[in-house]
Ligand binder design. Structure first.
Ligand code: SIN
Length: 280
């Protein structure tokens, strides 16, 4: 296996390995997991594997989960089909960590390109441990014990008819997560606020709020500041897709953004999301 770093902070391209073979080898999968913890997102080219191999590879790392809004391959449950051929049905062009609206968001994902547009459609990943490390110390102190409320309703649900949106919210109630989470395997502290966060759950303390305007817009200005950190290029890597390219990311310490600059060309991706633990 050859491993080449793609930036100073995040991402490595791994060559000389077949994920089909890795789908049948625990030793190989363990080696890849070690690289993932080190680089946070791994890229593999020319992985002409079957959907069953894609699923089997991802299953080395945990159970897979379907998505409440985006459908899965009927023959391969857990393999979510992010198939875009219309500008109106995109949800991925916002910095986010997958499933932050779940109590236990996925620990990682394996995304394989089925069809790429001739130009555009790149994905950007961000190292959110680096984003946390670089925050000013006074901000770190302020957010140390803060919690955010996260919901699927105001993102995936927003364009739905009201009844359908309410049903989505009922089936996926709002959850609360720490703004600074700790990586369960590396111990790194991670800035864990993204577009799925609606507001802080516990901002309104005497230290933070003397008058109404300290809370509104004070709290939302802080939340906007935190979520905007993912847009800093020094924390990012950008990947150009080709058919059979694969990206695997550690969803606990990264965010990503699929750039929507390719329409009307289609873009088709199969994604296996691996179940994770409750953030702490
Ligand atoms: C995602 O947001 O999980 C998918 C990213 C992509 O399609 O590039």
């Amino acid at each position: 296996m050859k491993v080449e770093k793609m930036t100073c902070t995040i991402g490595a391209e791994v060559s000389g390995v077949s994920l089909g073979e890795a789908s049948r080898s625990t030793a190989l999968a363990d080696e890849i997991k070690g690289l993932l913890l080190q680089h946070k997102v791994l890229f593999f080219r020319d992985q002409d594997i079957t959907r069953a191999e894609h699923v089997a590879f991802a299953r080395h790392f945990g159970e897979l989960e379907d998505h409440p809004v985006v459908g899965s391959d009927p023959e391969h449950p857990g393999l979510v089909q992010i198939y875009r051929n219309d500008k109106s049905d995109n949800f991925e062009n916002s910095f986010h960590t997958d499933g932050q609206w779940r109590e236990k968001p996925p620990m990682g994902c394996v995304l394989r390109c089925i069809e790429s547009p001739p130009v555009g459609g790149d994905t950007i990943w961000v190292n959110m441990a680096e984003a946390y490390r670089n925050l000013p110390e006074d901000i770190k102190a302020k957010i140390e014990n803060l919690k955010v409320k996260c919901s699927i309703e105001h993102s995936f649900g927003a364009s739905m008819p009201e009844e359908k949106r309410h049903a989505l919210a009922k089936a996926n109630p709002m959850v609360e997560h720490p703004v600074v989470r700790t990586h369960p395997e590396t111990g790194e502290k991670i800035l864990y606020a993204c577009g799925f966060a609606t507001h802080f759950a516990n901002y309104h303390t005497p230290d933070n709020v003397r008058y109404g305007q300290d809370k509104t817009p004070g709290a939302s200005m802080l939340l906007n500041y935190l979520t905007s950190q993912a847009a800093i290029p020094e924390y990012q890597v950008r990947f150009r897709w080709k058919p059979h390219s694969v990206a695997m990311w550690d969803n606990r310490c990264t965010q990503h953004y699929a750039v929507q600059d390719y329409w009307p060309a289609p873009r088709k991706m199969d994604r296996a999301a691996i179940m994770g633990d409750r953030p702490f």
